[in-house]
Design a protein around this ligand. Sequence first.
Ligand SMILES: NC(=O)c1ccc[n+]([C@@H]2O[C@H](COP(=O)([O-])OP(=O)(O)OC[C@H]3O[C@@H](n4cnc5c(N)ncnc54)[C@H](O)[C@@H]3O)[C@@H](O)[C@H]2O)c1
Length: 315
Amino acid sequence: MKVLVTGGAGFVGSHTVEALQRQGDEVLVVDDLSSGDFGWVPDELVVRADVRSPQAARAVEDFRPDAMVLLAAQMSVKVSMRDPLLDADVNVVGLVAMLEAGLRGGCGRFAFASSGGTIYGDVPAAQQPVTEDHPHAPRSFYGITKSVAVSYLETYARERGVETVALALGNVYGPRQNPWGEAGVVAIFAERAVQGLTCTVNGDGLSTRDYVHVDDVADAFARATRRGTGLVNVGTGIGTSVLEIHDHVVRAAGRPDLAPVLGPPLPGEVRAVALDPSRAASELGWRPTVTVADGVPGVVDWVGGRVRAAVPGVR
Ligand SMILES: NC(=O)c1ccc[n+]([C@@H]2O[C@H](COP(=O)([O-])OP(=O)(O)OC[C@H]3O[C@@H](n4cnc5c(N)ncnc54)[C@H](O)[C@@H]3O)[C@@H](O)[C@H]2O)c1
């Protein structure tokens, strides 16, 4: 099958490209490399273009994909709170531009990366883990774009006769996660712990997220190019607090003596998230396979390697 992946040069994208290749797909990536050119995907597979540009649309039309995986996004809650116009432009206008280009190029199936951590908003403990039928109540502009995109996909499916599925991802973690960015607490903590530095926890550290390993997420997208429809949670059903993540990271880094430092809470953040993955089992035949305890050491190893290469004196 021919599969075009927007944002395929990024963290989730590059793992997804590899999962697609493992199932024998011919893959093309459209990515403006705005998050950086990390070399995770061979140059010859990448068309460097902004999803809002005519070049990106032409690349889609020329490739004539059977399916598209739509990952390109402004993916920072913090940036969205500072610049909602940019966030909406990339995440909504850019998405619709790619859907339209896909239709012109004969694409019959679209799989999109929504965000289970932001679209449902603050869900009472009694209703966790949250199911896909829960009303959307995003607290950030990023969450709004990731919610409205779900409606776009459902409307394209109904009105244009294509197949669409939106995967509501938990907090994705794993190797290649950027420890120098603002997102991805596992990698950020790992980057400091391997250098023997203390980590700052925003708020009281008791906020919980559903941490899902990137290998599992890539597998979900590979499946979603073949099957599944509507909104589908891709998480573990388990909420893990920031303090628990800190504990896993400092242990894996061999520095259990490092105590966290509490800082101010971030605006637009929700309190607790755990995503019920039952629908993913029926729609995609998917189940999470990597626990946080098993997955965190791999991130610490990977980040440690990067830090040792970049920072003199770190062993
Ligand atoms: N990482 C997570 O925890 C998480 C959770 C929920 C949803 N998501 C969603 O999954 C997708 C992938 O996230 P990621 O963690 O791999 O982030 P990432 O920043 O590593 O990947 C995004 C990719 O999109 C590209 N991109 C950004 N703007 C673009 C534009 N205008 N035109 C073309 N390419 C553009 C970037 O260069 C990057 O390669 C995003 O849509 C994100 O919102 C991620």
